[in-house]
Design a protein around this ligand. Structure first.
Ligand code: BES
Ligand code: ZN
Ligand code: ZN
Length: 458
């Protein structure tokens, strides 16, 4: 990962970056020469968050970079710099205002990302020198975030169910994990009816991909990700605006795969199972129809009220299968509902949990690593919004109220009492460019849950 490099004293000294805020500007100016102070004035540098000034020495060479930061947001503080500063090696100056230097360095690396599968990089990223410990901590997190972004950014033609399977197989190979999959009719033979029902209309067969890793005696953790490689909505077809970005509907799978890579890389003492139901929600003559009833793996009959609520359908068979293994924890990631975005906006994944202590732990970890989550309730009385007149329940009700909650309640039906479960309804996407958060696919909640697993099992 070239955006971060280990600091070594025998190399050419890196250019110092001094992070300051408006209250420290006067003190910083005192340490500069009269010419440099004049340069700051000429450039109107005010040390407000986001402001940057490249300060020359007397020979006109770059001597120092001043960057205005918000001390409350270490992650963003340096994130705009790697693709803004001249290519070269930099280091955070000790005179800088108090920042969480690890988060600041993480932000730098996340800000260096470019998706280069279909075009050349716009430019090379500048490099930040950090301690070897910081590098060791951050490198896997950066790789995992890049992996999520790459997977989500890749268009469906190059990121179908089989591509997700290939990704898991490659990961399995790297960590000597076992990978198996059920493809097409095999899903019916081994009783994964909802995954097959959702995915059968695509020319690319639906699959359930499973990776297992770790000592059989270790606590079982199952990570599940919604792998809808494209969501047309099915026969309840989405309008163009709603369909435009639905290549990202495998964002949950991308998170789950990345989390599995982090767990294995860190060799956490858990028995890990990764489950990816990978399908396309397509339109064809054999597509599932509204009004159809499917008997799920969990044994509940589900009336398909809306074919666009396909995520909870593919997930419910995967969750039922996960629960059969009586795990210590199930975590799922899914780009499940537009309603979660209406409630919390794009940057805050909704967290659902059937265990308060577990939820508190997850929120504390999320806070610690600056990877926000917001808890929404599994409000049982809303179960009646999913009442069906002929089946155990429907996949969506007539009411659009509390859509993120009813989706979570649907999935909760497949989690046995006493099995700890976390569900993240995440956007996995940045609508625009911001420092450290480039437009396109994004990991949201990944570092928080990895921190939680590290804390609980590490
Ligand atoms: N993949 C979508 C949810 C989604 C849409 C996530 C946009 C992020 C951005 C999901 O499969 C879906 O279509 N959900 C429907 C459910 C509805 C039919 C009850 C939704 O949210 O509108
Ligand atoms: Zn949908
Ligand atoms: Zn979907």
């Amino acid at each position: 990962m070239s955006a971060l490099i280990e600091h070594r004293s025998n190399r050419h000294a890196p250019t110092p970056i001094e992070a300051i805020d408006t209250t420290h500007l006067a003190a910083t100016r005192k340490r500069l020469s009269a010419a440099q102070r004049s340069w700051l004035d000429e450039n109107g540098f005010d040390a407000k968050p986001g402001s940057v000034c490249l300060v020359p020495d007397t020979g006109g060479k770059l001597a120092r970079v001043l960057v205005g930061v918000d001390g409350q947001d270490s992650l963003s503080s340096l994130a705009a710099l790697p693709l803004m500063l001249p290519v070269g090696e930099y280091a955070l100056a000790p005179e800088s205002v108090a920042l969480d230097t690890e988060l600041a360095a993480l932000g730098w690396a996340l800000g260096a990302y470019q998706f280069t599968r279909y075009r050349k990089p716009k430019r090379a990223a500048a490099t930040l020198a950090v301690s070897s410990e910081t590098l060791a901590t951050l490198a896997p997190l950066v790789q995992a975030t890049y992996r999520v972004r790459d997977l989500v950014n890749t268009p469906t033609e190059d990121m179908g169910p089989k591509h997700l399977a290939d990704e898991v197989k490659q990961l399995g190979k790297a960590h000597k994990a076992k990978v198996r999959e059920w493809v097409g009719e095999e899903l019916l033979e081994d009783n994964f009816p909802t995954i097959h029902t959702v995915g059968r209309a695509s020319h690319r067969a639906p699959r359930l991909i499973e990776l297992t890793w770790g000592k059989t005696t270790a606590p079982k953790v199952v990570v599940v990700g919604k792998g809808v490689c494209f969501d047309t909505g099915g026969l309840d077809l989405k309008p163009s605006d709603g369909m435009r970005w639905m290549k990202k509907d495998m964002g949950g799978a991308a998170h789950a795969i990345a989390l599995a890579s982090l767990v294995m890389e860190a060799k956490l003492p858990v028995r890990l199972t990764l489950l990816i139901p990978a399908v396309e929600n397509a339109v064809a003559g054999n597509a599932m129809r509204p009004g159809e009833v499917v008997i799920t793996r969990g044994g509940h009959s589900v009336e398909i009220d809306n074919t666009d609520a396909e995520g909870r359908l593919v997930l419910c068979d995967a969750l039922a299968y996960a629960a059969e293994q009586q795990p210590a924890l199930i975590v799922d990631f899914a780009t499940l509902t537009g309603a979660a975005r209406v409630a919390l906006g794009p940057d805050l994944p909704a967290l659902f949990a059937n265990d308060d202590a577990l939820a508190d732990d997850a929120l504390a970890c999320s806070n610690e690593v600056a990877d926000p989550l917001w808890r929404l309730p599994l409000w049982r009385p809303y179960r009646k919004l999913l009442d069906s007149y002929l089946a155990d329940f429907t996949n969506t009700g007539t009411s659009r109220h509390a859509g993120a909650i009813t989706a979570a309640l649907f999935m909760e039906r497949f989690i046995p009492d006493g099995t700890p479960w976390l569900h993240l309804d995440t956007y996995a996407w940045n609508d625009g460019d911001r420092p450290g958060r480039p437009r396109g696919g994004e990991a949201m909640g990944l570092r928080a849950i990895f921190a939680l697993l590290s804390k609980r099992y590490g």
